[in-house]
Design a protein around this ligand. Structure first.
Ligand SMILES: [Mg+2]
Length: 226
């Protein structure tokens, strides 16, 4: 077995964050009586993405994103609404949603049965990620979840990965693999940290050179167990 240890990103890799986000958004908007359709959601999603990119570049703080994405959206929509409260309600709704992709938990269970040590590596809010791990059942298969908020650094920071390496059993970096869907946080982070990387995507990315690309859980399993 090439890798004893798998560091899994959660959102977009094992957890279907897109479905959870959409459901959470539409429910929060409805609760506040704000007219909304899928186009409004798409616009929200684009604003949200650009704010997270700004966060990765350290241009804004994570705590600002929750309210700011709604402020920008409401301004664009030309409506007056309580962005802070909508943002809070959305986060609360989101924390209750641990929607797994088909086959995600089965993959993790198979890996555990082969003796692979699984850890979750995620940029997010500690209490939300903990709740989602519990709701999805992922907390039963992962030894530990490393949430950026608790560590004080996030992927792709070297300090984030240093903390992870200090707190896992495997000390040989050549036996650790990170699997994730984000070129900027998972793959860039893994490369900077000196471990092998598995880009979870159906398509290659023009700007990154991961060790592997996997478009399915079967491929991820083959790569880890090779
Ligand atoms: Mg992800």
């Amino acid at each position: 077995m090439k890798y004893t240890t798998a560091l899994f990103d959660l959102d977009g890799t094992l957890l279907d964050f897109s479905s959870a986000e959409r459901q959470g958004f539409l429910t929060a908007m409805k609760k506040h009586g704000i007219p909304c359709d899928i186009n409004v959601y798409r616009r929200y999603s684009a604003i949200n993405d650009s704010l997270w990119k700004a966060f990765e570049r350290k241009e804004i703080g994570k705590e600002e994103i929750g309210t700011k994405r709604y402020e920008i959206l409401f301004e664009e929509m030309g409506i007056t609404a309580d962005a802070e409260q909508v943002g809070k309600d959305y986060k609360e709704l989101l924390s209750g949603m641990g929607i797994l992709y088909d086959g995600a938990i089965e993959l993790c269970k198979r890996l555990v049965s082969k003796g692979v040590l699984l850890y979750a590596v995620t940029n997010g809010t500690a209490h939300i990620q903990a709740k989602r791990m519990a709701v999805s059942g992922l907390d039963k298969v992962f030894i530990k979840t490393f949430v950026s908020e608790e560590i004080g650094f996030q992927k792709p920071d070297k300090e984030y990965f240093d903390y992870v390496f200090e707190n896992i059993e495997e000390k040989d970096k050549s036996r650790i693999l990170i699997i994730g869907d984000s070129p900027t946080s998972d793959i860039k982070g893994g490369i900077n940290a000196g471990i092998d990387t598995c880009y979870f995507s159906a398509e290659p990315h023009p700007d990154i050179s991961p060790t592997y690309i996997a478009g399915s859980y079967d491929e991820v399993e083959r790569i880890i167990l090779q």
